[in-house]
Design a protein around this ligand. Structure first.
Ligand SMILES: NC(=O)C1=CN([C@@H]2O[C@H](COP(=O)(O)OP(=O)(O)OC[C@H]3O[C@@H](n4cnc5c(N)ncnc54)[C@H](OP(=O)(O)O)[C@@H]3O)[C@@H](O)[C@H]2O)C=CC1
Ligand SMILES: O=C(O)[C@H](O)CS(=O)(=O)O
Length: 492
């Protein structure tokens, strides 16, 4: 077991990579003969680190420590909690290049995108460090002359967090920051593909002064068991999850027995609509960002591109010209815009969706097959002649495929866009203001990008409706999910 020299040689501070999990304030490595799992670089299959493969016992130990530490942490003032989050924000920014290199090596995204993710994750730490000082309650006029009513907000308590591989820093930071700001304690279970980013965050949180036990990171390849510990251990008051709708459903069922508070950021199937009065160049730019960011591996990616008949051919041509410029390769290579997919399973799903579409009459305008580099590299792809009967219309591709659907009327496209069990992100390009308000209000999604393909920011409420989840992350709304409301009735 040894950390990859290729990774360590890229870092100013090699101590940011660890092969130890953080359990109850102690860094725990794999003991002789104990179970371990490997973290590999999706660009070439290299083993970059070996982590202890922990289970329910270690998770329960982390929960016990969190249960104790949380009481002291919650007793600190918002200003004291804010100061530690501010120090963490400063450390994330100072170490952003190293954190980005760790992220690119374990997840594959281009280095510039990884750096962007680190700063995006840090923005949540900064935002909720500020919110920590503003957890206000209410006073309410009494219902009787001798009654005084006060509403206070208190931290939920111990929180379990399960996060995905596609944004291994930002998806954790988006949960960690409001939880810690609110006075909660957290045990995180990162995706087994990408635990190093979570561990680096934990290292920096410790250096920022976060007390022992308030934050643990359990590394495990047996996520189902860790999830069961989170949902069955009565010291855990909330579970926050980002990942597929299928797993979200499993966790919701498991948490039902103790009426667990849940935060669910699940799958999406975003429509991206181009009306014939759109600024086509802007729409192409927005489609490039919304579709190919993170190689299409984000839950808010444009999954279905609906283009009005009058501009369909021109949009398809312009989009393909831009897609053809995307350089595929190792995320560390200069100019690369499309890294590897995360696993063989992810690549097979992309191939399956393209084959299904073509077998039903779609045409490959660009790409359509694995890149000549082999491995997990795939050609950025544009399909035309796509219809609602195809899998790309119903399922989340989670890869670099832009399926173009042609539509005639506003009513038709709203009906098609809403014809899904998902409701996370949606986008459309149009100039007519009446149409903008009609369409924005008619789309059944938690988020709507209007003349933009990039909507994610810490200042706005990120989240979905229907089977895309519940709760919101970021914004002034995001901290509410980590607070309980308490009503005090005083007889005076
Ligand atoms: N709404 C949002 O913000 C986001 C949604 N997603 C959605 O997630 C999917 C892709 O991400 P992906 O990582 O494959 O999703 P998964 O749901 O497979 O995995 C997400 C996390 O859940 C863990 N997990 C898997 N099975 C269980 C289980 N039975 N109990 C507890 N934890 C479990 C995984 O651990 P391990 O991998 O180690 O098994 C990982 O840490 C897409 O559908 C995407 O849309 C992804 C990111 C953001
Ligand atoms: O897809 C995800 O995991 C993130 O939610 C995407 S974003 O927040 O960076 O848009």
């Amino acid at each position: 077991m040894a950390i990859s020299e290729k990774l360590l040689s890229r870092l100013k501070d090699p101590s940011l990579v660890t092969e130890k999990a953080l359990i109850a304030g102690e860094w725990v490595g794999a003991s002789a003969g104990s179970a371990t799992f490997e973290v590999t670089n999706p660009a070439n299959g290299d083993v970059i680190a070996t982590l202890p493969d922990l289970g329910r016992a270690e998770t329960a130990r982390a929960i016990d420590a969190a249960y104790t530490a949380q009481k002291t942490w919650a007793a600190k003032t918002g200003k004291e909690r804010a100061a530690i989050l501010r120090r963490l924000y400063d450390l994330m920014v100072k170490n952003a290049d190293d954190l980005a290199a760790i992220l690119t090596m374990e997840m594959g995204k281009p280095l510039a995108e990884a750096k962007g993710e680190i700063l995006y994750g840090a923005s949540y730490v900064e935002w909720f460090g500020e919110e920590a000082k503003r957890i206000y309650g209410d006073t309410i006029p009494g219902h009787q002359a001798d009654k005084r009513i006060i509403v206070i907000k208190q931290p939920v308590g111990v929180v379990g967090a399960i996060t995905p591989w596609n944004f291994p820093n930002a998806m954790l930071a988006r949960k960690f920051a409001p939880a810690i700001a609110a006075g909660c304690a957290m045990i995180s279970k990162p995706a087994s593909e990408t635990p190093l980013s979570a561990l680096a965050l934990a290292l920096l949180a410790e250096r920022a002064g976060l007390p022992a036990g308030v934050f643990s990171v359990v590394t495990s390849s047996d996520s189902a068991s860790i999830g069961k510990e989170f949902t069955e251990n009565d010291k855990v008051r909330k579970l926050t999850f980002t990942g597929s709708t299928n797993v979200g459903r499993i966790l919701m069922r498991q948490g039902a027995d103790q009426i667990m508070k849940l935060g669910l950021e699940l799958g999406g199937n975003a429509p991206f609509i181009v009306f014939d009065d759109a600024d086509l160049d802007a729409a192409v730019e927005g489609a490039m960002v919304s579709k190919y960011r993170n190689n299409g591996q984000t839950c808010v990616c444009a999954n279905r591109l609906y283009v009005q008949a009058g501009v369909y051919d021109e949009f398809a041509r312009k989009l393909s010209e831009k897609v053809a410029e995307l350089k595929v390769g190792d995320g560390f290579e200069e100019g690369v815009k499309a890294g590897p997919l995360i696993t063989e399973k992810a690549l097979e799903k992309v191939e399956e969706h393209i084959a299904d579409a073509v077998s039903s009459g779609a045409r490959i305008l660009l790409g359509g097959k694995p890149d000549e580099k082999g491995g997990l590299f795939f050609q950025p792809t544009v399909l035309t002649g796509v219809t609602s009967e195809m899998k790309v219309a119903r399922e989340e591709t989670f890869g670099p495929v832009a399926p173009l659907f042609r539509f005639e009327t506003e009513e038709d496209v709203i009906a098609m866009a809403n014809n899904t069990e998902f409701g996370l992100a949606s986008y459309f390009y149009a100039k007519d203001m009446s149409k903008v308000f009609r369409v924005a209000e008619a789309l059944e999604y938690g988020m709507v990008g209007i003349n933009t393909g990039l909507i994610s920011t810490e200042v706005a409420p990120f989240g979905g409706i229907k089977q895309s989840g519940q709760g919101r992350e970021g914004s002034k709304y995001g901290i509410e999910d980590y607070l309980e409301i308490k009503y005090l009735c005083l007889s005076v």
